[in-house]
Design a binder for this molecule. Structure first.
Ligand code: NOJ
Ligand code: CA
Length: 716
């Protein structure tokens, strides 16, 4: 670590006093802070001397609390500030993640700390800027002081004034879900597209404005700058959406409220999450920057030896597609925990999580080098799980009578496999917190070390939204309790991530976007997975559940839907959708059918020492080469949208003087995600550094290559 004083340039600015600029280590990104004449904090940001964020205001509006004198609002933290002092510093440190895309990550920034005093209320706050080569983060800090012990937030007013009518890839700003398709429009067209983007007539959608969007928001300017707005380290705070003034192209933060409309309850000392703006003229840099992780705190879990990347299969897709069921019996109107004797009930004959069937999955995992088997529908309560009178439906410890929890865990362990736990909370969060201790003890007893959690439905009893401060605290509570039990967590329907997996690396995955399950519910557009790396994946890995090789579901079920990629496109996702948790989501019988293609899934690791983004363009294509953490082997994946894409793959990343065997899984000439999805070729070639491979990706297709080292590293 290296800390040194930085020269801060004093600028003359007609709109403001006390302007100060801090630059990124390479000088490309500049952020200037200034106060207006009436003491409003502002900032602006540029990249290679082009404006990225025009002068934008900063501040927080407070809500009245019951201790405030009658009729008098709290003084907002919006204006009337004076700069009392500024500090500048530099930071350059390389850290080692427990798992990730790189085995080492450099955290290098220049910082400006602005200390502000608001004489009218005698309050001090700090605004801190960290400027990286790929963008910046800013946050508000609230030291503990006599006049600011606690406060309630009515709204945060952080603005991001864009320079023009950029193209944006956006999701409607919903307080509860990101399981939607991304829209690609100009900023000025968001309002016109909004009702179509959201299921407007559905009374349960919780959108707040016709120009409100979610983060991470990816944009592209007319002159080729890529800009991404998101947040980092959102802990004990509500998730931020952006509301657009579409006349002036100014975004403003819009926090997720609680059930009463309040947006934050703060007790000093405390701070907001980082508000981040990433920028580059090269789309690949949007994917290779670790800015979000770097703005999170270092790992807080001392012993991380039990945290590991995991490849898994599961009793899951067959239920999603509709062939088997989570529930054991049918037509039971209401199950009461402790009162319903399941052994007396008639099984429906389609219960997926039965001992014999789970055993087949364990055998399949063991035979194919998969680490774990997820089993959903193992515990009582599924007959009544989504009812609107939700109570204590699940206790997370009582198996159905046909699921022999001890036998199956022992059997799995004898084969070198683990079962993966499933806790669907149905958003009855208080019930989950009540049972969590026992549920984790049960996992320890039988040797589970990972849990997939789920938050389907409205949150009870609080009635808060999925992205509110209280829910964000709930997810953190679960992650921390799980860590005490050495359990990894993969949260579905939970809040979108903001890099907290650096601090708590047992948070190995989240869904928090539209996953593969939607292919069984009608499908997702082929460009979906070449947008997600620019948006949802900016905050952390996604449990996307790829690997559906039998793309036509009607071949084995009554489900008429099909997967909107080619078969090879599914293989590519193991590279392009980074995650330390990767599912082989299809059924064992389908993998047997396409066993030669399944070889790639057997071979592909999910932990990397190096990653090189070779081509990228939002919603068009992403190609990445990754080096296995445990060997000298490389794996390359390319995925494209419905237009297809020709990749000229330059094998420069390979070691000089070394020979490799490449196995190339490519779309066949006439492949097409709709008309001919399962046409593929597999070719083997000896390759070396400097060679180029020409690979045509089909519409909705992709490619995947495993590159195995044939010779020892000449430099070792
Ligand atoms: C929705 C999740 O995304 C899915 O993976 C899960 O199977 C169901 N909820 C049931 O928990
Ligand atoms: Ca889901």
């Amino acid at each position: 670590m290296k800390i040194m004083a930085l020269g801060i340039a004093m600028l003359l600015c007609p709109l403001a006093v006390a302007a100060q600029t801090v630059s990124s280590p390479n000088g490309n990104v500049k952020v200037t802070f200034a106060l207006t004449d009436n003491g409003v904090p502002t900032y602006e940001m540029s990249y290679k001397d082009k404006a990225v964020v025009k002068r934008s205001r900063l501040g927080l509006e407070l809500a009245k609390d019951k201790h405030a004198s009658k009729g008098k609002n709290e003084t907002d933290l919006m204006d009337g500030f004076k700069v009392t002092s500024t500090n500048s510093s530099s930071f350059d440190e390389t850290w080692t993640p427990v798992w990730g895309e790189w085995s080492q990550i450099r955290n290098n920034y220049n910082e400006l700390e602005v200390n502000l005093n608001q004489p009218a209320a005698d309050r001090n706050i700090i605004i801190r800027f960290r400027v990286y080569n790929e963008g910046m983060g800013l946050r508000y800090e609230f030291p503990q002081q006599k006049s600011l012990n606690y406060f309630l937030i009515k709204e945060e007013h952080t603005q991001f004034a864009m320079t023009g009518d950029h193209t944006a890839w956006w999701l409607p700003g919903d307080y509860d879900t990101q399981e939607q398709e991304t829209q690609e429009t100009k900023l000025s067209e968001i309002r016109g597209r909004f009702k179509q983007a959201v299921n407007w007539d559905n009374s349960s959608v919780s959108v707040f404005s016709e120009t409100g969007v979610q983060t991470a928001l990816q944009m592209k300017t007319a002159d080729g700058l890529y800009i991404n707005i998101h947040e980092a380290a959102c802990e004990d705070y509500a998730t931020m959406h952006l509301n657009l003034d579409d006349k002036n192209f100014v975004f403003e933060s819009w926090l997720t409220p609680d059930a009463t409309g309040l947006k934050g309850c703060m007790q000093t000392p405390c701070h907001t999450p980082w508000r981040t703006v990433k920028v580059s003229d090269d789309a690949r840099e949007m994917l290779s920057t670790s800015l979000t992780l770097n703005l999170n705190e270092p790992c807080k879990i001392e012993d991380t030896s039990w945290i590991h990347p995991t490849k898994y299969c599961g009793v899951w897709w067959e239920m999603i597609v509709g062939k088997s069921t989570w529930e054991y019996t049918s037509g039971l109107p209401s199950v009461k925990l402790g009162e319903t004797d399941y052994t007396k009930l008639k099984p429906n004959g389609r219960h997926g999580a039965n001992t014999a069937h789970v055993k087949e999955y364990i055998d399949f995992a063991a035979a194919n080098g998969l680490d774990q088997v997820l089993v959903e529908g193992w515990n009582i309560g599924w007959e009544d799980w989504a009812n609107m009178w939700k109570r204590d439906v699940f206790d997370f410890v009582t198996p159905y009578p046909d699921f022999d929890i001890k036998y199956l865990n022992d059997y799995a362990h004898s084969k070198g496999v683990k079962l993966m736990m499933h806790h669907e909370t149905s958003s009855s969060t208080q019930n989950y917190e009540r049972h969590l201790g026992e549920a984790l003890d049960l996992m320890n007893k039988y040797g589970y070390d990972a849990v997939k959690t789920g938050y389907v439905g409205d949150i009870i009893p609080r009635g808060d939204f999925h992205y509110s401060q209280s829910m964000n605290n709930h997810y953190m509570y679960v992650i921390k309790e799980a860590a005490k039990h050495h359990v990894m967590v993969n949260g579905h329907e939970a809040v979108r991530p903001t890099g907290l997996c650096r601090t708590y690396p047992n948070l190995v995955g989240n869904e928090s976007a539209r996953g593969t399950e939607y292919e069984a519910f009608g499908g997702s557009r082929p460009d979906h997975t070449v947008i997600l790396p620019f948006t949802r994946l900016q905050g952390g890995p996604m449990d996307y559940t790829p690997g559906i090789l039998e793309t036509q579901l009607s071949t084995w079920s009554d489900n008429p839907n099909y997967v909107h990629t080619t078969l090879v496109g599914q293989l590519a996702l193991y590279l392009t959708m980074y995650s330390p948790l990767q599912m082989a989501a299809d059924l064992p019988e389908n993998y047997r059918k396409y066993d030669d293609a399944f070889q790639f899934i057997r071979d592909v690791p999910c932990d990397w020492s190096d990653s090189r983004y070779l081509e990228a363009e939002p919603a068009r294509y992403v190609t990445v080469a990754r080096k296995d953490k445990k060997s000298d082997n490389w794996f390359v994946g390319g995925k494209c949208n419905e237009d297809g894409h020709l990749t000229i793959l330059n094998l420069d990343f390979l070691d000089k003087g070394r020979k490799y065997e490449a196995t190339i899984y490519a779309d066949a000439k006439d492949a097409d995600y709709e008309k001919n999805p399962k046409a593929y070729t597999i070719t083997k070639k000896t390759v070396k550094q400097g060679q180029k491979l020409k690979i045509q990706q089909a519409p909705g297709g992709g490619f995947a290559i495993s590159i195995k080292s044939l010779t020892p590293n000449p430099s070792k």
